[in-house]
Design a protein around this ligand. Structure first.
Ligand code: FMN
Length: 342
């Protein structure tokens, strides 16, 4: 069978060798609280690159030290962090993978020595620090930190940038009325709550001509929160601002006891945004088999599939899927592995 999963994908004049994306996953593997890449990152990302993942999206990487989830997060707030990232990108390129970086700020979900910041002075839960509400000059500093991070990502040779606007981190804290209670131009109606992301995208696009992705949480799972309808509107704004692909996740804005999770539970959101807005989307969340991924792509419910935990279990998931789909002839085989893979 000709597999769509294994077929190349072109976006903004860049070609990924297949439609498998390694979903961004924090590894908390920085050793000296300096945000710098370690040997572990070379082994971890390197094995997925040898495993023929088309696009490797590096984990949430902090644009400011106070925007880290933990002190073990990767960082891109300083020029000292460029060399390690550059070496890692070059290493992954050797296996033919394209490499992206997810630029992030944890906001009130930061678990680092304070002060920490959010849209509003409202803690995530009693286990978290209470954040300061960002002042307008401080908002400008954060926007400019994203812009500087993009320059560093360019210097490090990344192919794709993804802005982390999901899972209840800082950008999501501005987007959701469950957290954003501001009374200035950044709070209130949806257009105002979008303003922070709007400024970040503008700053990023002024520096970056390559593919730009945004990860969103299309559903807050709370009545008073943000729902798909709101994200359809915001996705149109993102499309019009030159974002190439929306990576569609859900949740994380408020602590939830449990929500209904099942195979492909978020695909419906990627599907609707893709069809109603006319922008490329990535599907993510409990996509674990090649058949499931192929179904999503063939039925045009998303353009790319992001694989998270299954790639932690099986770094050779692309090969496993190629075999399942009877499409091993579409798979590039790393030369040293020829005798094992063919
Ligand atoms: C260990 C781990 C770390 C994660 N870190 C991030 C992250 O840095 N950024 C992000 O957007 N999502 C993160 N996620 C969410 C994944 O990218 C993915 O959306 C989620 O695990 C659902 O996909 P899956 O069922 O294929 O794992 C993380 C998930 C895991 C398991």
């Amino acid at each position: 069978m000709q597999s769509k999963l294994l077929a190349p994908y072109e976006i903004r004049e860049m070609t990924f060798k297949n439609r498998v994306v390694m979903s961004p996953m924090c590894m908390y593997a920085v050793e000296k609280k300096d945000g710098i890449v370690t040997d572990f990152h070379f082994t971890h990302y390197g094995s997925r690159a040898v495993g023929q993942v088309g696009l490797i999206m590096l984990e949430a990487t902090a644009v400011l030290p106070e925007g880290r989830i933990s002190e073990q997060d990767l960082g891109i707030w300083s020029d000292d962090q460029i060399a390690g990232l550059k070496k890692l990108v070059a290493h992954l390129h050797k296996s033919g993978a394209k490499v992206g970086i997810q630029l992030a700020h944890a906001g009130r979900k930061a678990q680092v020595p304070g002060p920490i910041y959010s849209a509003t002075k409202l803690a995530f839960s009693e286990k978290y620090q209470t954040p300061e509400a960002l002042t307008i000059p401080q908002i400008e500093t954060v926007v400019s930190a994203f812009q500087k991070a993009v320059k560093r990502a360019e210097a490090a040779g990344f192919d794709v940038i993804e802005i982390h606007a999901a899972h209840g981190y800082l950008v999501n804290q501005f987007l959701s009325p469950l957290v954003n209670r501001r009374e200035d131009q950044y709070g209130g109606p949806i257009g105002n709550r979008y303003q922070f992301l709007n400024e970040i995208i503008e700053a990023v696009r002024s520096e970056w001509t390559k593919p730009l992705f945004v990860r969103i949480s299309a559903e807050d799972y709370a009545q008073e929160g943000v729902h798909l309808e709101d994200y359809l509107m915001m996705s149109r704004w993102l499309r019009d601002q030159g974002v190439d692909l929306i990576d569609v996740s859900t949740g994380g804005v408020i602590p939830l006891e449990a929500y209904d999770v099942y195979p492909g539970y978020q695909v419906q959101y990627a599907d609707r945004i893709r069809k109603k807005v006319g922008i490329a989307t990535g599907a993510v969340g409990m996509i674990t088999t090649g058949n499931q991924a192929e179904e999503i792509l063939r039925n045009e419910r998303a353009d790319l599939v992001f694989i998270g935990r299954e790639l932690l279990r099986d770094p050779y998931w692309v090969k496993t899927s190629a075999k399942l789909l009877n499409a091993e002839d579409q798979l590039e085989v790393p030369t040293p592995y020829q005798r094992g893979w063919r």
